[in-house]
Design a protein around this ligand. Structure first.
Ligand SMILES: CC(C)(COP(=O)(O)OP(=O)(O)OC[C@H]1O[C@@H](n2cnc3c(N)ncnc32)[C@H](O)[C@@H]1OP(=O)(O)O)[C@@H](O)C(=O)NCCC(=O)NCCS
Length: 147
């Protein structure tokens, strides 16, 4: 069992300010992309999960729940100096648990090719060819998992 304790937080939670910073630094800053925090976090279909360490947000993921029993996982991010310590796994396992609790049929995401082995270890299968995606345009693949 993971030592990390994932927590679901509301879009208005004060810790979302730290999430903005983390998302930018982990996902976009390495590509020289200007910070843009417009992510429509308030949408009713959006669920936000964090892992904290030393009272700071260390990792984050967003789950967009659709009405057809599927959910799109986005913005999975861990501070660079904390990567490879199990935080990403803890976030994804909590998403699995939530998917089971609410009866979802399918989880899917567009994975950066560099992160594909991470998701594969967690039971996701690649179901597309490589395509450029999102703000970065870096190569991605679509991956899916049945909870
Ligand atoms: C990808 C990311 C979310 C993974 O989170 P993490 O906390 O570093 O991953 P974990 O430590 O929980 O790793 C879980 C397992 O996956 C492996 N793993 C993690 N990242 C990996 C990678 N990029 N390539 C290969 N294996 C990886 C770990 O070694 C570990 O293996 P184990 O099961 O043998 O112990 C994180 O590294 C990150 O934020 N990267 C930058 C942003 C990014 O690419 N996000 C994904 C966008 S699609």
């Amino acid at each position: 069992m993971s030592v990390f304790r994932p927590e679901w937080v509301a879009a208005g939670d004060p810790r979302m300010a730290e999430v903005h910073e983390l998302r930018h630094e982990a996902l976009f800053a390495p590509f020289g992309i200007a910070r843009d925090d417009r992510w429509d976090d308030e949408g009713e279909d959006r669920r936000h999960v964090i892992v904290s360490r030393d009272c700071r947000v260390a990792g984050y993921a967003c789950m967009l729940v659709a009405t057809d029993g599927t959910a799109h996982i986005r913005q999975v991010s861990v501070w660079p100096h904390l990567q490879r310590s199990g935080i990403g796994r803890a976030l994804m396992e909590e998403i699995d648990a939530e998917a089971t609790r609410i009866g979802l049929q399918l989880l899917w995401l567009n994975a950066r090719v560099s992160a594909e082995p991470f998701y594969r270890r967690l039971g996701y299968a690649t179901v597309s060819g490589v395509f450029p995606s999102g703000r970065t345009g870096v190569p991605h693949v679509r991956m899916e998992k049945r909870p």
